[in-house]
Design a protein around this ligand. Structure first.
Ligand code: RB5
Length: 155
């Protein structure tokens, strides 16, 4: 599995923690930055990671900003992206089982490193349940289809 990971300055130290964990686990990942504490804009990094996942270049993504809210907003603009902001393991598990979330979003100023590791571990290991949940995802695909059709008609 290839994982794309990115953050802004408010998430960079938690990103370091998570990349260390991914290395320990021997998981394949691409760190899309940033690599220092300088202030950056979360949409730039959210776009890089969500673009890789939406384009099929990465199977899953992990995004971190201060609250996780900005990164969630950015990632969910991309067709095919189901980004889930999780601050505890149960939401992480359910976001995979029910929503087939393909991007995990964390708040670097909201949770500590031990909680974050636990969330990431559960999120990466939990499969999608399919069944009735698949029908609901199909409805989301339809909404996305309508949205792009509307935008096209307005242009
Ligand atoms: C940066 O100060 C902060 O606004 C950002 O990390 C994030 O929390 C936005 O949603």
């Amino acid at each position: 599995m290839t994982i794309a990971i990115g953050s802004d300055h408010a998430g960079v130290s938690l990103k370091q923690e998570i990349t260390a964990y991914l290395k320990e686990r021997g998981l394949d990942f691409t760190d899309m930055g940033p690599f220092g504490p300088e202030s950056v804009d979360y949409p730039d990094y959210g776009e890089r990671v969500a673009g890789l996942v939406a384009g099929g270049k990465a199977e899953k993504g992990i995004l971190i900003c201060g609250t996780g809210i900005g990164m969630s907003i950015v990632a969910n603009k991309f067709a095919g992206i189901r980004a889930a902001l999780c601050s505890e393991p149960l939401s992480a598990r359910l976001s995979r089982q029910h929503n087939d979330a393909n991007i995990l979003v964390l708040g670097g100023r909201m949770i500590g490193p031990v909680m974050a590791r636990e969330i990431v571990e559960i999120w990466l290991e939990t499969p999608f349940e399919g069944g009735r949940h698949k029908l609901r995802l199909d409805k989301i695909f339809n909404i996305e289809g309508k949205k792009s059709k509307d935008a096209h008609q307005q242009a």
